[in-house]
Design a protein around this ligand. Structure first.
Ligand code: LP5
Ligand code: MN
Length: 251
């Protein structure tokens, strides 16, 4: 059982991102299962900050056995009593209401503001901060458009999967050509995000460059915690009793 807490703000929280779950990644899948059955049960709330899946072609893909298995793991966790919140990544922004109904997970639209004790944290996937990657931002604007998504989701699942495989090949080839620094966050975008959020703590993933950064935004000292991607272990960020710490579960 999860220990009772006087307020939601005091409830222990955990943060994960960039698991890139798929059937081929068996060690990462085992790490996810162990995390769901272990540490995640001790968090009152779990925030998944995008790219849970290698990619998500639409909620009709829930019937696929691997996706069904992952959904069952999430359902077991939410039934246990952990509140699970999902912020979309650039690979799984097509997760929708059917996925939520099947898992008990709540969809949250970034930027998400949460209370951690007396502090406020802003949560993002992180791709929106990579403003120097102009080709990616143009792609993002197109595929995040609701009309575009409605038209895309109207295509047969097999056709969507084939299109996504094509985009993935373009993306992987493009990343080999791009300078490493344009695939990291832009400092001015980070400062603007702090200003917009009105808080001094940010948590995000996407860049696969886990680190804790210190910024000055409008004269105020701010912290930015970048989550790790997963490769056969379960790295996560845990908050309880006023302290944020990095942990890794190695099954
Ligand atoms: O994910 P990551 O970290 O490896 O790379 C991202 C950016 N790439 C992407 C693409 C995704 O990885 C794969 C697609 C996910 C499926 C989404 C669901 C439905 C979408 C359907 C689309 C039609 O997000 C990468 C960034 C990198 O992060 C670092 O920030 O650089 O961005 C790109 O590589 C995008 C390219 O720069 C521009 C996109 C070109 C698309 C060309 C499509 C041509 C084929 C179309 C066929 C119909
Ligand atoms: Mn990402």
């Amino acid at each position: 059982m999860i220990a009772p807490h006087s307020t939601q703000a005091d409830m222990p929280a955990m943060f994960i991102a960039d698991l890139h779950l798929c059937a081929a990644q068996t060690a990462t899948t085992r790490a996810f299962e162990a995390f769901m059955a272990g540490p995640a049960r001790n968090a009152g709330r779990l925030y998944i900050l995008g790219d849970l899946f290698e990619y998500w072609a639409g909620d009709d893909d829930l019937a696929e056995p691997y996706h069904h298995h992952i959904a069952q793991q999430l359902l077991a966790l939410t039934r246990h009593g952990t509140a699970v919140h999902f912020v979309a990544g650039n690979r799984d922004f097509l997760i929708g209401e059917r996925f939520c109904a099947a898992t008990g997970v709540a969809l949250a639209t970034e930027p998400v503001h949460i209370a951690l004790g007396a502090r406020t944290a802003v949560l993002l996937h992180g791709d929106v901060l990579c403003t120097d990657d102009h080709a990616y931002q143009a792609f993002r604007n197109q595929v995040r458009d609701p009309h575009w998504q409605t038209a895309f989701l109207a295509r047969p699942l097999a056709e969507r999967r084939a299109i996504i495989e094509n985009v993935r090949a373009h993306s992987e080839a493009g990343k080999r050509e791009k300078a490493a620094d344009i695939m990291d966050v832009n400092e001015a975008a980070v400062i603007a995000a702090f200003r917009h959020a009105g808080c001094d703590l940010m948590i995000h993933g996407h860049t696969h460059r886990p680190a804790t950064h210190h910024h000055i935004a409008d004269g105020a000292a701010c912290e930015r915690w970048v989550l790790s991607d997963w490769h056969g272990t379960a790295p996560y960020l845990a908050w309880s009793e006023g302290v944020l710490r990095r942990e890794t579960l190695s099954p």
